[in-house]
Ligand binder design. Structure first.
Ligand code: TNX
Length: 526
C-alpha cells in the first residue's frame, strides 16, 4: 500500500466514525405512543433515546427499594432486547446513556404515587417522592417502548423510544382488582401472574376473596379442617385447593414488590358454608352442612348468637392479620339472606371490634351500613345507592364497584360464552364510560376512596378464561381510577385500546374481541 492510499484509508475510516457518531436519533412523537392509563401531562420533544446494551440503570442514593425497582426494570427489558443492563447506585447526576431513578423530596404535588419521566436523546430520568412512584413511572416507560419489548424471546431490532416529558399522578389512592379464588381455586403462580397483569396498569390493591360457600382457601392453623375439608372442592365439583400461610406470604411479598396491597376477605356471616361444613359447632343446630359445588348465594350463615362463633372469627382474623402487612381486612357481609337483620347487626358490630383489636381496619360490602360503622370502616358499594349514601351519612369512605360497570364476571354481550348477566351486559364502553364522582347523586369525590373491579369466578375456571373476562375491561377501570375524568374520552380511549391489542397479543394475554372495537390493525393503517 502506498503512503497516499494508506492516508486515504485512514481519512475514510475517521470520516465514517465521525458520521456514525453524529448520526441523529430518529425523530419520534411521544404523543403517538399508547399510554394506559393516560398520564396527566405528556409533552413531546420530537427526538428519541436509544436503549443499547451499554445503557446503565442508575439508582440515586442507597435506597434498597429503588435498587429493586432498577433490577425489576432490567429484568423487564432483558428477554426481548437480550441486554444484561447493569444496575448501579450512584451519588452523581444522570450520565449519558443511562436510565436514572431518583427520589426527590422537592415535588410535593407528586403525592406518593406520582412521578415525572423525562426522556432526552442522552438519558431517561424518572423522579418521584417514593420508590412506589418510581415503580409507577417504570410502567409508563415500559409502554413507551415498542410492543415487542414485551416478547418473551429475543427480538433482533433497535430500541428507540420517543423523547419528551411526562408528569403524572393518580386521581384516586385506591385502585383495586378483586379475585374470587373460592368458586374456582387459582394457584399461587396464577395469582402472581394476575398481580403482574394489574401492576402494568398501575393498580395498587389486590383484594382476595378467600372464603365462600364453595371453598375455604387460606390455612388457619387453629382451625385446620377449614382447608383440609372446607377447601377440598369448588363449583362444578373440582378438587379446589388452598394457600398455606407460607404461600399467602409469598403472594403478599410478590404484590409488595409491585407496590400492590393485598386485602384478604373472609366473607361473613353469610357465604360461609365451607366453614359450616368443616366445624359442626359453628351451626346453630350443631350439625355440619354438606360440601357445596353449585352457584347459589345467600343460603348459609354462621350462628351469630353462639360464643364459639366469635372465638372462631377472632382466631381467623388474628392469624390472617399476622400475615397481612396491609392495613385492611375485608369482612364481606354481603347477601346474608339467611341471617335475620337483628342478628346481622350485632354480628357486624362485634366483628368490626375484633378486626380493630387485631390492629386492622374494616372493609365490608355495602350491606354492612345497617350496622354501627366504626370511624375507619370502609364501605364497598356494589349495587344499592341507598347503602352507599347511608355509609357516607355514617362518615364512611366508599370504594366503588358498581356491578353494572365493574363486575368482570358479567358477560360483555349476548354472545359471550362465560359469565353471568344478572347485572346486565358490561361491554367495554359501559365499563369505561362513567365517572366515579357523579355515579351516585349525593356522593362526591371526597367521599370516594377509589374503585375496584371484582372478578367472581363461578364460570371462570382457568387463566385463559380469567384473562378473557378481565381484558380489556380492567384496563378501562385502571384508567378511571388513575386519570382525571376531564382527560378521559371514549373515542380516544377506543383507539388507544385497539393499538394496545398488539402488546397483549405479544404477551400472550387473552382478551375479549368485543365488536365495539376494530381489532384489525391492517385496516387501521389504510
Ligand atoms: C354477587 S356482589 C356476589 C357474589 C357472586 C356474584 C356473582 C357480592 C358482594 N356478592 O357472591 O359471586 O354476585 O356475580
Amino acid at each position: 500500500m502506498t503512503l497516499t492510499k494508506y492516508l486515504n484509508t485512514i481519512t475514510i475510516f475517521f470520516l465514517v466514525a465521525l458520521l456514525t457518531s453524529c448520526k441523529e436519533n430518529p425523530k419520534m412523537n411521544l404523543l403517538n405512543e399508547v399510554l394506559l392509563p393516560k398520564p396527566v401531562s405528556v409533552k413531546p420533544t420530537g427526538s428519541s433515546f436509544e436503549l443499547t446494551r451499554n445503557t446503565k440503570i442508575l439508582i440515586k442514593g442507597d435506597s434498597k427499594k429503588l435498587l429493586e425497582n432498577g433490577k425489576y426494570l432490567a429484568n423487564l427489558l432483558k428477554p426481548a432486547t437480550g441486554f444484561n443492563l447493569e444496575v448501579q447506585t450512584t451519588s452523581k447526576k444522570a450520565i449519558s446513556n443511562s436510565i436514572y431513578l431518583v427520589i426527590t423530596t422537592q415535588e410535593s404535588n407528586y403525592g406518593d404515587e406520582g412521578y415525572s419521566l423525562n426522556i432526552t436523546e442522552k438519558h431517561i430520568i424518572i423522579k418521584a417522592n417514593t420508590a412506589k412512584g418510581i415503580f409507577r413511572g417504570v410502567q409508563t416507560l415500559r409502554q413507551i417502548f415498542p410492543s415487542e419489548i414485551e416478547a418473551a424471546d429475543y427480538q433482533n431490532r433497535k430500541w428507540f423510544i420517543a423523547s419528551g416529558e411526562i408528569y403524572d399522578y393518580p386521581q384516586f389512592t385506591y385502585r383495586g382488582a378483586m379475585l374470587d379464588v373460592t368458586r374456582h381455586f387459582f394457584k399461587k403462580e396464577d395469582v402472581k401472574k394476575y398481580i403482574d397483569m394489574i401492576a402494568m396498569y398501575k393498580l395498587n390493591v389486590l383484594h382476595l376473596h378467600l372464603s365462600d360457600d364453595q371453598g375455604w382457601r387460606i390455612e388457619i392453623k387453629s382451625w385446620p379442617n377449614l382447608t383440609t375439608y372446607g377447601g377440598s372442592t369448588e363449583v362444578g365439583g373440582g378438587k379446589g385447593g388452598f394457600y398455606t400461610q407460607e404461600d399467602y406470604k409469598e403472594i403478599v411479598k410478590y404484590a409488595q414488590q409491585r407496590y400492590i396491597t393485598v386485602i384478604p376477605e373472609i366473607d361473613m356471616p353469610g357465604h360461609t358454608n365451607a366453614a359450616l361444613v368443616s366445624y359442626p359447632e359453628l351451626n346453630c343446630d350443631g350439625k355440619a352442612t354438606k360440601l357445596y359445588t353449585g352457584m347459589k348465594v345467600g343460603f348459609s350463615t354462621l350462628c351469630t348468637n353462639k360464643e364459639i362463633t366469635y372465638r372462631f372469627v377472632n382466631d381467623v382474623i388474628r392469624e390472617l392479620s399476622e400475615i397481612t402487612p396491609g392495613p385492611y381486612i375485608h369482612i364481606g357481609g354481603d347477601e346474608s339472606h339467611s341471617t335475620k337483620i337483628e342478628d346481622y347487626i350485632p354480628f357486624i358490630n362485634r366483628v368490626q371490634e375484633i378486626v380493630i383489636a387485631n390492629k386492622k381496619k374494616v372493609i365490608g360490602w355495602d350491606e354492612i351500613v345497617s350496622a354501627a360503622l366504626k370511624p375507619a370502616t370502609i364501605v364497598q358499594y356494589w349495587g344499592r345507592p341507598k347503602n352507599a349514601l347511608k355509609g357516607v351519612s355514617k362518615n364512611a369512605k366508599i370504594i366503588l364497584s358498581p356491578s353494572d360497570r365493574t363486575y368482570l364476571d358479567m358477560k360483555y354481550d349476548s354472545v359471550t360464552k362465560l359469565g353471568l348477566k344478572w347485572a346486565g351486559y358490561v361491554d367495554i364502553d359501559k365499563a369505561y364510560n362513567w365517572n366515579p364522582s357523579t355515579l351516585i347523586s349525593g356522593i362526591t369525590k371526597k367521599d370516594i376512596l377509589g374503585i375496584e373491579s371484582p372478578l367472581w369466578t363461578e364460570t371462570v375456571t382457568n387463566m385463559k378464561e380469567l384473562e378473557l373476562m378481565i381484558f380489556p375491561r380492567i384496563i378501562g377501570h385502571a384508567e378511571i381510577g388513575w386519570t382525571p375524568d376531564s382527560l378521559r374520552v371514549w373515542d380516544d380511549y377506543k383507539i388507544r385500546l385497539q393499538k394496545h391489542a398488539k402488546r397483549l397479543k405479544i404477551m400472550k394475554i387473552n382478551f375479549y374481541p368485543s365488536s365495539l372495537i376494530d381489532w384489525d390493525e391492517k385496516k387501521e393503517k389504510m
